[in-house]
Design a protein around this ligand. Structure first.
Ligand code: PLP
Length: 399
C-alpha cells in the first residue's frame, strides 16, 4: 500500500514528466572539465558548469586534496568546537580573507550554509534585512529562516533598483541594524550588482552590506578577487559570502569573509557552524590549493573573460539574443520551460551539455538555456558548441 506521502508526490512527478519539465540526471564517468565522458553518451562538451577556471581537475589542486586526506584523514567526526579544528581549515580561512580583501573569514559546509548563518545569526527582532528581488535561493531561504527564528523584519527591493532600496531604508530608519544583501553576480542573468551605488546608499543609511560573490569569486576583477575588485573597491564591502564549489576547485563548501568580530560571533553562534561538521580536510586542502593557484595565475581569469566575450559575440552573430553582459554566464531566453528543456535535449544530442532553466528558478515565461564558459574551453570546444547552437537554433526556428 502506498503511503499518503507517496500518493501525493507520485502524481506530481508524473505531471512534471507530462509538462516536459522533469529533470533527468546525466552521469559523468570522468572529472569535471571542458570535455567529459557522459554515461551512455560518450564525449560531451560541458557548457553549463561553474568550473570557471577549470580548477576542479587541475593537477596541483587534486594533489593537494589527496595530501590533505593522507595528512588529516577523512574528518574530525564531529563539529569544530567539540572535536578540534584542523590547521588546514585555519590556513584556508586566512587565504579566503586575503583573496576577497577582508580581515577574517570562516568556512562552512556550503555557501548555502554561509548565507543561512549570516541572516539567521546576525539579526534580531530590532533589525531589518533588505534583499534584491533576484537573489539566490539560499539568500531567500536564509532570510525566511531568520524571519521565523529571530523575528527580524524583512523587505525586498526591485532588482538593482537603488531608488527603491533607498526608499525602503529611509522607511526603516528606526531599525537598529539594517542589512542589505545582494548577489555580486546574479546567477541566472549574469548581471553584476551595482556595487559603488550600493556602497554609497548603505553608508548613507549606516546599513551593513552583504555581497554573495559565489559567481564572482575567481571570475570578476583582473585577478579574480570578485565584485569588489571589478569596481576597484576591495576592502569596502562589510560581509562577503562565497562558495568553494564553483571557481575555487568546485568541490563543495563556502565561507563568510568579514571583520574578525563578525567571524568570531558566527563561530560562537551560527547554528550551521555549531551543529554541522566542517568541510572534509580533503576539500579544505584542494580549496586552499585553488586559491593559491588563482593567486599565481591571473591569466586564467583573463582567458575566462576572453572566452566569454568570444562566445557571446559569436552567438549574436548567429542571430541569438543572449542577455547582454560581461560575465561568463550567457543566458539565451526562450520563453516557456518546455522550450528550454527541448533545446537543452537537442544540444545534448549534438554533444553539448547546456542546462535549460524554467519556472520557478526563473520568472514565468523567461525560461532559458544558460551557457557558462570556462577558462579551459579551447577555441575548438567553443566553435563546436556554436555549430551545435546554429543547427538546433535553425531546427527550432529560433534563428
Ligand atoms: C549566488 C549563490 N549563492 C550560493 C550558492 C550555494 O552554493 P553552495 O553550492 O556552496 O551551497 C550558489 C550556488 O548555486 C549561488 O549561485
Amino acid at each position: 500500500m502506498t503511503s499518503p506521502l507517496e500518493q501525493r508526490i507520485g502524481p506530481e512527478l508524473e505531471q512534471l514528466v507530462r509538462d516536459g519539465t522533469y529533470k533527468r540526471l546525466n552521469f559523468l564517468e570522468s572529472p569535471q572539465a571542458s570535455r567529459v565522458r557522459m554515461e551512455g553518451k560518450g564525449e560531451i562538451i560541458i557548457l553549463s558548469s561553474n568550473n570557471y577556471l577549470g580548477l576542479s581537475n587541475e593537477p596541483s589542486v587534486v594533489r593537494a586534496g589527496k595530501e590533505g586526506l593522507d595528512r588529516f584523514g577523512a574528518g574530525t567526526a564531529s563539529v569544530r568546537f567539540i572535536c578540534g579544528t584542523f590547521t588546514i581549515h585555519r590556513a584556508l580561512e586566512t587565504a579566503c580573507a586575503r583573496l576577497v580583501g577582508t580581515p577574517a573569514a570562516l568556512s562552512f559546509g556550503s555557501a548555502w550554509n554561509a548565507n543561512e548563518a549570516v541572516t539567521g545569526t546576525l539579526l534580531t527582532e530590532h533589525d531589518l534585512v533588505i534583499s534584491d528581488q533576484l537573489n539566490h535561493a539560499s539568500i531567500i531561504d536564509g532570510i525566511r529562516l531568520a524571519k521565523a527564528v529571530t523575528k527580524c523584519h524583512t523587505a525586498v527591493y526591485q532588482h538593482g533598483d537603488l531608488a527603491d532600496l533607498d526608499a525602503k531604508l529611509t522607511a526603516a530608519r528606526d531599525r537598529r541594524v539594517k542589512m542589505v544583501i545582494t548577489d555580486g553576480v546574479f546567477s541566472m542573468e549574469g548581471a553584476i550588482a551595482k556595487l559603488p551605488d550600493l556602497i554609497e546608499v548603505c553608508r548613507r543609511h549606516e546599513a551593513v552590506l552583504v555581497v554573495d560573490d559565489s559567481h564572482a569569486t575567481g571570475v570578476l576583477g583582473d585577478t579574480g578577487r570578485g565584485t569588489a575588485e571589478h569596481f576597484g573597491m576591495v576592502g569596502e564591502v562589510d560581509i562577503i559570502t562565497s562558495t568553494l564549489g564553483k571557481a575555487l576547485g568546485g568541490a563543495a563548501g563556502g565561507f563568510v569573509s568579514a571583520s574578525a568580530a563578525v567571524c568570531d560571533y558566527l563561530t560562537q553562534r551560527a547554528r550551521p557552524q555549531l551543529f554541522s561538521n566542517a568541510l572534509p580536510p580533503t576539500v579544505a586542502a584542494s580549496s586552499l590549493a585553488s586559491i593559491e593557484y588563482l593567486e599565481a595565475h591571473p591569466e586564467r581569469v583573463a582567458a575566462l573573460r576572453e572566452n566569454a566575450r568570444y562566445f557571446r559575440d559569436q552567438l549574436l552573430g548567429l542571430g541569438f539574443k543572449p542577455l547582454p553582459g560581461e560575465t561568463p554566464i550567457v543566458p539565451v531566453i526562450l520563453g516557456e520551460t518546455a522550450a528550454a528543456i527541448r533545446m537543452s535535449d537537442l544540444l545534448l544530442a549534438e554533444g553539448i551539455f547546456v542546462t535549460g532553466f524554467g519556472y520557478p528558478v526563473v520568472p514565468q515565461g523567461q525560461a532559458r538555456v544558460r551557457c557558462q564558459l570556462s577558462a579551459t574551453h579551447t577555441r575548438e570546444d567553443l566553435d563546436q558548441a556554436l555549430a551545435a547552437f546554429r543547427k538546433v537554433g535553425r531546427q527550432l526556428r529560433l534563428i
